[in-house]
Ligand binder design. Sequence first.
Ligand SMILES: CCCCCCCC(=O)SCCNC(=O)CCNC(=O)[C@H](O)C(C)(C)COP(=O)(O)OP(=O)(O)OC[C@H]1O[C@@H](n2cnc3c(N)ncnc32)[C@H](O)[C@@H]1OP(=O)(O)O
Length: 182
Amino acid sequence: MTLTPPDTPPAPAAVDDGWRPLDAHPVGRTIAAFATRSFVANDPHGDRLRIRYEARAAAVPHATAAQPAELRAEVWFGPKAEGPPGHAHGGSVAAVLDEAMGLAVWLAHRAAVAAHIEVDFRNPVPLGLTGRVETTAGPADERKSSVSARLVGPDGTVYGEATGIFVLLGERHAGRFRGGGA
Ligand SMILES: CCCCCCCC(=O)SCCNC(=O)CCNC(=O)[C@H](O)C(C)(C)COP(=O)(O)OP(=O)(O)OC[C@H]1O[C@@H](n2cnc3c(N)ncnc32)[C@H](O)[C@@H]1OP(=O)(O)O
């Protein structure tokens, strides 16, 4: 029996668009574990940046629900991300876009590091904004992948756009990007 008054329209059915938390995917779990230590994502309850990644299978040949290939993020710019008064530092915007592009390439192909990125700051990001980062990992050859990302506000405002070349890590990089640090 329902207690919903008869003139109340039914709630719209939830649409499953395939997005899941990054660590809900087998391949995403490893990547998410790295992200918990990163400059961008290591303080999920802090006052600087809070970011939550999601992934889903995309229309690329090797992508499956278990091995998704599309990444997006929800990000909040807190008071400690300040650059110009009341607004986010460009470095924080660039760092968010850089990390999202890196994770997108990692997810779509394999572990990679940024060799080259370009960022366009389209609109100042007000502190307190919760925005969406959308990424598109391009095709890869044996050594690198192109990728792009953008930061969009809830009203559709585009705050930043970035493109990058990410070099896929292989034998020749063995030992170069080990964890550690004092
Ligand atoms: C969990 C969170 C992780 C998220 C990470 C977020 C992303 C990051 O910020 S990573 C950190 C910042 N990046 C770095 O520290 C990398 C520092 N740079 C390096 O170590 C090296 O320069 C590295 C590994 C990028 C490339 O070196 P190497 O493997 O010798 O590459 P190399 O063989 O010269 O080039 C490979 C291909 O990439 C291309 N390439 C290399 N550098 C560039 C560049 N700057 N611009 C454009 N293309 C480039 C080359 O032209 C080559 O292409 P092709 O195969 O067609 O000839």
